[in-house]
Design a binder for this molecule. Structure first.
Ligand code: AMP
Length: 281
């Protein structure tokens, strides 16, 4: 059975004891409502590290006004069953008051990387993410921390934070896990109706089409974005927020794809805001 720890001090005592015995610690930060993709991160951690801590915390500071903080899906009981089945050692589930006993005055801003893509449409989001992950790193002191490529910009932001601030943590990326129809798994897929779920797979479908065009010689970002827009016009339920072609390493804008790139997009489908991307190597 996974051990539940809700207090920072309690967790620190446990971790200190384990570290004294020479155990390596792997951390998998999540917001809970776990699905197969979370478990892919967990399995990688269980394989590589002696002790695995999964944090479950719906972090209020990374949600903007009008976003889904209140309604974000939660199911602690089921999450704990799933984590027990995977052999996870500790579930760290702090209350908001435990993580933020008073209004925080200190934040981590990763510049530049957060000006594009989701950063542009969710002001303050990555500040919230970077700050809470830094807190988790200071609390858990993991040797490794596992993050999904699904949230590609988040991964880049956190890699840069670790580098710039010399956190003694190795960031381990895990590839995007998809439903059999191609839809990237996400806790927010719960918001989709059955009909919307069928349409949602077209987001990845449009990215695959763009990648084929790229492989057939189309290297203009503008043209690739146009192709995706045209394809998604067939599905008027999908409201595109952005489609951007970016340098894969530093997320800089590209005039021409001459180096590894990603096409990233965000779109609303009903109440769900979905993101996805594809790599052009
Ligand atoms: P979340 O609970 O949505 O904050 O996600 C927790 C971790 O799981 C993050 O590192 C996400 O990038 C990762 N994750 C969520 N969905 C996927 C997915 N479909 N494929 C890979 N990683 C994912």
């Amino acid at each position: 059975m996974v051990k539940v720890e809700r207090k920072i001090n309690g967790l620190r005592e446990k971790i200190n004891r384990l570290k004294k015995k020479g155990k390596t610690i792997g951390l998998v930060p999540t917001m809970g409502f776990l699905h197969e993709a979370h478990l892919a991160l967990v399995r990688k951690a269980v394989r590589r590290d002696d002790v695995v801590v999964v944090s479950i915390f719906v972090n209020p500071t990374q949600f903007g006004e009008g976003e889904d903080y209140e309604s974000y899906p939660r199911d602690e009981k089921r999450d704990l069953e799933l984590l027990s089945n995977e052999g996870v050692d500790i579930a760290f589930i702090p209350a908001v008051e435990e993580m933020y006993p008073e209004e925080p005055l200190t934040f981590i801003n990763v510049e530049k990387l957060t000006e594009c893509m989701c950063g542009k449409y969710r002001p303050g989001h990555f500040r919230g993410v970077a700050t809470v992950v830094a807190k988790l790193f200071n609390i858990v002191e993991p040797n490794r921390a596992y993050f999904g490529k699904k949230d590609y910009q988040q991964l880049k932001v956190l890699e840069r934070m670790v580098k710039d601030l010399n956190f003694p943590v190795e960031i381990v990326p895990v590839g995007t896990i998809r439903e059999p129809n191609g839809l990237a798994m996400s806790s927010r897929n719960k918001y989709l109706t059955e009909e919307e779920r069928k349409v949602a797979k077209e987001l990845y479908g449009s990215l695959l089409k763009a990648r084929s065009a790229y492989r057939n010689g189309e290297t203009s970002p503008e043209q690739l974005v146009e192709k995706i827009k045209n394809y998604l016009k067939n599905f008027p339920e999908i409201k595109i927020e952005y489609i951007e072609v970016r340098n894969k390493k530093n997320l800089e804008e590209l005039n021409e794809i001459a180096e590894p790139a990603i096409i990233a997009l965000a779109a609303y489908l009903g109440r769900a805001r979905l993101i996805d991307h594809i790599e052009l190597n």
